[in-house]
Design a protein around this ligand. Structure first.
Ligand code: ADP
Length: 251
């Protein structure tokens, strides 16, 4: 497999962006679960959290606020496990107080993203997932600008079934087309509700919002209280609930 040419991503096989048109549709949840699913499949994975104003990856993986160390080739990512199979970098690790609001203008955000892309010593990774802020903003352009030297494999778009969210996904599709980023697929999240008592899945929202847009969704993940509890508690859902319908949807 062709490797990226140089820098901190030189040993990263695949770079995949995770995008959503608006906040709260479960983009960071899907990023986290994708990373865990890939790790369970024996892959080495990284998550670069560039959602500077709302970094939630550290909390979702129960990482608290560890110190970020420097090495000769840059910042050492934070690992979730001793085997170093899941590497993370997030502004959440750099803030004194995790509840601190990041009120920065574009250039400062762009500069930090530049550092995140060029100065993190990821080492060997099969996949680096980039969790982006909602919408198409300075942060997205900064990520793409800084990844120019490297190969971005494409983007996964996360949406919910409601039309308002899928309308936003159309804008994400346009953004990908304009910036030449391949769309790897659409994931429809919160697609139906899994009853915690009988495990039956009911469609609360109009279903198939992802099917409205020009691409078919590649997968759908139901609204599952066990998943949201796992995310809140920073637990590995896939490890805790291997028999659930949501497990098969994610893995
Ligand atoms: P975003 O990154 O798009 O802003 P998040 O991933 O932070 O959204 O998710 C918002 C909230 O919705 C979180 O509390 C998360 O636990 C919950 N959530 C996301 N997807 C699901 C799901 N499929 N089932 C249950 N809760 C979910």
């Amino acid at each position: 497999m062709e490797q990226n040419s140089d820098g901190s991503l030189s040993q990263v096989q695949h770079v995949v962006l995770v995008l959503s048109g608006k906040g709260g549709v479960g983009k960071s949840t899907i990023t986290t679960e994708l990373a865990l699913a890939l790790r369970h499949a024996g892959k080495k994975v990284g998550i670069l959290d560039v959602d500077l104003c709302g970094p939630s990856i550290p909390r979702m993986l129960s990482m608290g606020r560890p110190d970020v160390h420097q090495c000769d080739s840059g910042w050492v990512p934070v690992y979730t496990d001793a085997q170093k199979s899941l590497a993370l970098m997030s502004i959440g690790f750099l803030l004194e107080d995790p509840d601190e609001a990041v009120v920065w203008r574009g250039p400062k955000k762009t500069a930090l993203i530049g550092q995140f892309v060029s100065d993190v010593a990821w080492g060997e990774l099969d996949v680096l997932l980039v969790d982006t802020p909602p919408g198409t903003s300075d942060e997205h352009l900064a990520v793409l600008e800084n990844l120019k030297k490297h190969r971005v494999d494409g983007a996964i778009l996360v949406t919910t079934p409601q039309a308002v969210s899928t309308g936003d996904v159309r804008r994400e599709i346009t953004f990908c087309k304009k910036t030449g980023v391949r769309i790897l697929g659409i994931i429809e999240n919160m697609s139906g509700f899994v009853c915690p008592h009988c495990s039956e899945c009911s469609n609360i929202f109009s279903k198939g919002g992802g099917e409205d847009v020009s691409l078919q969704p590649q997968g759908s993940v139901p609204l599952d209280p066990l998943l949201s509890a796992s995310i809140e508690e920073g637990k590995d859902f896939l490890q805790s609930f291997p028999d659930s319908a949501t497990f098969s949807a994610i893995s």
